[in-house]
Design a protein around this ligand. Sequence first.
Ligand code: BTN
Length: 325
Amino acid sequence: MKSNVRQALLDAFKNANGKFISGEKLAQNIGCSRTAIWKHIEDLKKDGFHVEAVRKKGYRLLEQSNKLSENEIYLGLETEEIGRSVYFFESVTSTQKVAKEYAMNGAKHGTLIVADEQTEGRGRMVRKWYSPKGTGIWASFILRPDIQIQHAPQLTLLSAVAVVQAIKKVTHITPEIKWPNDILISGRKVCGILTELQAEEDRIQSVILGIGINVNQDKNDFSAEIIKKATSLKIELGKTVNRSSLIQSLCYYIEQLLHLYISEGFTPIKSLWETYAVSIGKRISARTVKGTFDGVALGINNEGVLLLKQDNGDIVEIISADIDF
Ligand code: BTN
């Protein structure tokens, strides 16, 4: 978590749009000494920011660095709550685990935990989530929505829409959603979402929303087995994607969609989800713990449950499954 001076400094640079600001003006506006300004600018440089200092003109921020850091994420964040408290780690076991600890210690709604690497990244259904250093977005959001516990799965669907919109904004590629929450490009998985709930009796304490996006991996970063099913934004786009911009965009869409959800309910979120969903109207095979069900995916209900019409006309509700089509 950055200091207030650092935060104010980044805001000032952002507002200056690449123009010079004098050390004196920065010190005055932020309410600290010029020495403090200088010290914080040195710290920014260590974090990979290119700050130019010119006598009689002052300082200006030249360009964004490619290093992932709290400052880098904070600069350019267009939200009020989501991502405003951000904690970055070079390496963690799992951002889900860290986020849970922070949530238990009272971290506020919108707190974001990001890591450059996870050594024990977790996926759905107790699977491992491969999270190598420096290539992906491994992030967990702490959300404290005022909703009923049975509506929590709706947040997973909301997040899938947010991921699609964020990727679309940054890369101009529109990914597809595979129920419940896999994000695909060209039929291959580029992102997975894991939602975990912390609740007491019937009250939600927090929702830990884990998002893993394959961003800058090359084909040979994936094993032969994985590359059949997985892809990265770089592979699809043919160029490197700035991870901080994508995180900022993700924060923006999560916040926007949460506002929409709180004000208008699940219906608009459901429509958006269905617009991006790949399996709706198609023949699918759902592998559940109760066995495999084949049929046509009709859509989702208000609880985010997948409705599958079998050949005999029966409609089965699929709560949790792996889908093949
Ligand atoms: C899936 O199985 O598709 C869900 C994968 C979720 C991975 C993310 S990466 C950030 C967060 N930390 C984890 O350990 N898992 C989630």
